[in-house]
Write a protein that binds this ligand. Structure first.
Ligand SMILES: Nc1ncnc2c1ncn2[C@@H]1O[C@H](COP(=O)(O)OP(=O)(O)OP(=O)(O)O)[C@@H](O)[C@H]1O
Ligand SMILES: [Mg+2]
Length: 523
């Protein structure tokens, strides 16, 4: 193929595009090259699965027909699936928050305004504006993409709704954007999806040329995985570019987004397919050849832009050189030979010679990374289950300890009932402790004076011998058995608890809860 003979796309120069976009002055139609009209006209994928499940009415601020004023949920999923896509977003109970610019009555506000608080504009493309919103019903943050153009006709509307089908299709994949639901109202399409941190384009502008090569490899791996989920279904993205790759909330995972141009490979060449951004466009697209290899080229050139911080041309001599396998040395030299080779292979002019997604995923470097990820996941899984089982085991042990202590104290209690302690008490008792007098000592045991203290013998002969308070019952009753672990020392080595000498106050002795260490400290 003589690549020199390729026609130069007639596009406006957009050198300042990146800066402008980063600062939010993007002209959204700038990147769209003139539409390539392939043979015949592109017929929208059969739309007979379309479910318009629910609708909410409202007076329109515009003058549309009645049907367009109603909010319709759009979904191509099975009606019995449990996903929320069949339902419209919930209208919050408290509608007072509806922003002042919109009319707050249910009758005049769009469903979007009733359900979401618009916080910021995240970006804009040729088809839609994307806003960061807070869902009034659950307080969570989302992104909502609102189509810019009104549905001019059924064909245009069908094309826009096709994007919903694709979002739904890839929503479950880790490297594709998570889709929540879509609905149409006032001849516009609204798509609610997960909120991402930023696009790769914005990331590149923020980091300048300081993205580590290791990170580039990780991004490539993520995008190849996302792309594989499309190619496995025989679908092609046709609009892979930094702006259509989003970085998730974890600031790590890269996700493919913007499925507006996705098309079935088999239908792509016989129908009216739309090519994407000319800066990322594979050369064969100009001849009307749409294939999976076109996505590989776009991903390759996007990696070149990311790794070498190269401003990609949308036309001109450099545009052609890049499509003839000539990569400017001053840029490509910045990266390792290994990465250079991968990018060059992805940008091979002949689409047949380009590696497939599977072949790229089998690259030794990417294999090694996947292997490392797998071992890390296994390690995380094992350590998680070890932590869980050790927690379970420890709980069981604690329960055993609790039961063991309970039994010990029940046992001690029983022992005490049968053999109560008979120790002398101080002659002066506090009023707060009203001890019951000892029963008269039995002559049979010959223990007329049970008090062994020599200094108190005389006093004791005139005063009744006081009993030992029921210490053990206080111990059991005042211990928060169910709430903590027990240590033998808590119960068994507390001298205070059993300190019933005449000087000691029985009141202190009664306060024998093992947890109360203050008493000991005071002394
Ligand atoms: N879920 C999201 N979270 C955060 N930002 C987003 C999200 N979706 C889109 N954006 C931002 O909005 C921009 C435009 O979104 P999107 O690419 O879907 O619109 P588009 O009109 O289809 O664009 P294009 O011109 O590429 O077809 C993105 O480049 C990105 O910066
Ligand atoms: Mg886009």
């Amino acid at each position: 193929m003589d690549m020199h003979s390729l026609p130069v796309p007639d596009l406006r120069d957009d050198k300042k595009h990146r800066e402008k976009q980063f600062h939010g002055h993007e002209n959204s139609n700038r990147f769209r090259p003139p539409k390539y009209k392939a043979r015949g006209s592109y017929v929208m994928g059969e739309n007979n699965n379309l479910n318009r499940s629910s609708s909410v009415g409202g007076g329109s601020p515009y003058n549309f027909n009645n049907t367009s004023q109603l909010a319709h949920a759009i979904s191509f999923r099975e009606t019995n699936s449990s996903s929320p896509s069949h339902s419209l977003p919930l209208i919050a109970n408290n509608n007072e928050d509806v922003d002042a610019n919109s009319s707050s009555s249910f009758g005049n506000s769009s469903h979007f305004e009733l359900c979401f608080e618009r916080l910021a504009k995240l970006g804009e493309g040729s088809f839609g504006e994307v806003f960061q919103v807070r869902d009034r019903s659950d307080g969570q943050m989302y992104a909502v993409k609102i189509s810019k153009q009104l549905f001019r006709g059924e064909q245009y509307r069908s094309e826009r709704l096709e994007e919903v089908r694709r979002y739904e299709q890839f929503s479950g994949h880790e490297n594709c954007i998570r889709f929540i639901r879509a609905w149409e109202q006032y001849d516009r399409l609204f798509m609610q999806m997960e909120l991402c941190r930023e696009s790769l384009e914005q990331y590149l502008c923020r980091c300048q040329h300081q993205i580590a090569e290791e990170r580039i490899w990780h991004i490539l791996l993520d995008l190849l995985r996302g792309l594989k989920s499309l190619h496995d279904r025989n679908l092609i993205h046709l609009d892979i570019k930094l702006d259509n790759v989003l970085i998730g909330e974890d600031e790590e995972t890269c996700k493919l987004a913007d499925f507006g141009l996705v098309i079935d490979v088999d239908k792509a060449n016989s129908h009216h397919a739309t090519e994407g951004d000319s800066r990322y466009m594979a050369p064969e697209i100009l001849q009307g050849q749409f294939s999976k290899a076109a996505d590989i080229f776009s991903l390759g050139i996007a990696m070149l832009e990311l790794a070498c911080y190269m401003d990609l041309p949308s036309n001109g001599p450099l545009w052609h050189e890049l499509r003839q396998g000539i990569l400017p040395e001053e840029f490509i030299d910045k990266i390792s030979v290994e990465l250079q080779q991968v990018i060059k292979s992805m940008m091979t002019p002949d689409p047949q010679q380009r590696p497939t997604v599977e072949e790229l995923l089998n690259h030794p470097r990417l294999q090694q990374m996947q292997q490392r990820e797998k071992s890390l996941m296994t390690f995380n899984y094992l350590s998680k289950s070890f932590r869980r089982s050790s927690r379970y085991f420890w709980l069981k042990m604690c329960n055993l300890k609790i039961w063991a202590y309970r039994y010990i104290f029940y046992f001690l209690e029983i022992l005490h009932i049968h053999k109560p302690l008979k120790l002398p008490m101080a002659s002066k008792q506090t009023d707060s402790l009203k001890p019951t007098p000892y029963p008269p000592s039995s002559p049979s045991n010959g223990n007329a004076n049970p008090n062994p203290h020599p200094n108190t013998n005389n006093q004791l002969s005139n005063t009744p011998i006081m009993p030992v308070p029921d210490i053990e019952l206080q111990l059991v009753g005042s211990t928060p058995i169910a709430n903590r672990d027990y240590y033998t020392s808590d119960f068994l080595t507390r001298e205070d608890a059993f300190d019933i000498s005449p000087q000691g106050s029985p009141g202190i002795a009664i306060n024998s809860t093992p947890l109360n260490h203050k008493h000991r400290d005071k002394r």
